[in-house]
Design a binder for this molecule. Sequence first.
Ligand code: SAH
Ligand code: MG
Length: 215
Amino acid sequence: MAERPETRAPTWLVVARAAKGFMPDDEGLALHRAACQAAASYRGPLLEVGAYCGKSTVYLGAAAAEGATVLFSIDHHHGSEENQAGWEHHDPTLVDPASGRLDTLPTWRATVAKAGLEHAVVGVVGDSATVAAHWGTPLALVFIDGGHGAEPAWADYRGWAPLVIPGGLLAIHDVFANPADGGRPPYDIWRAALAEGAFVEESACGSLRVLRRVA
Ligand code: SAH
Ligand code: MG
């Protein structure tokens, strides 16, 4: 029997759920809700670090579209350490045969197009810390899910957290209290954000933490 129209998921959600990536649906929906809240403030665009094939991009981009703002989505699209050949999260279908390097940009573009979000999502291709060093626009929400090593994670936190507007949101992915569940750097930057006093905890879902700027 056909699904009743009112129970059918919107196109963007169908695309987000089907996209390759590292974002469970409950966390994606929590991210979407936080982004809707931030977008409704009309005080700045949204920005994500770590786009991969566009899964989180769609959860966030749909919120940007709903709030008539935009999402800047940063990635150099050559993958993190764990995405390289021989590592746990390597996908050989994402290797560009011409260069022999991982290249998630074509898949990312296709995901955003399929979701109908090209008007609300702007891809920024490059190194996150380099972009941050030249960025001036205050942001209603920053989502950090880029390199998970100590150096990139701290560079993302130091580079992007200061650009969150007062009352705006800082979301961090892969925060694991138990070291057995995942690497330390995302957890460490989450702790620092709270300890340094500028952010308070807003919500949590799985390994997603959402903080609000209070100072
Ligand atoms: N948010 C994605 C998963 C991101 S995986 C999802 O929902 O599925 C981490 C991504 O960060 C990778 O695509 C990798 O290319 C990117 N990345 C790692 N270090 C980076 C850096 N220094 N600058 C830009 N992107 C980086
Ligand atoms: Mg992640």
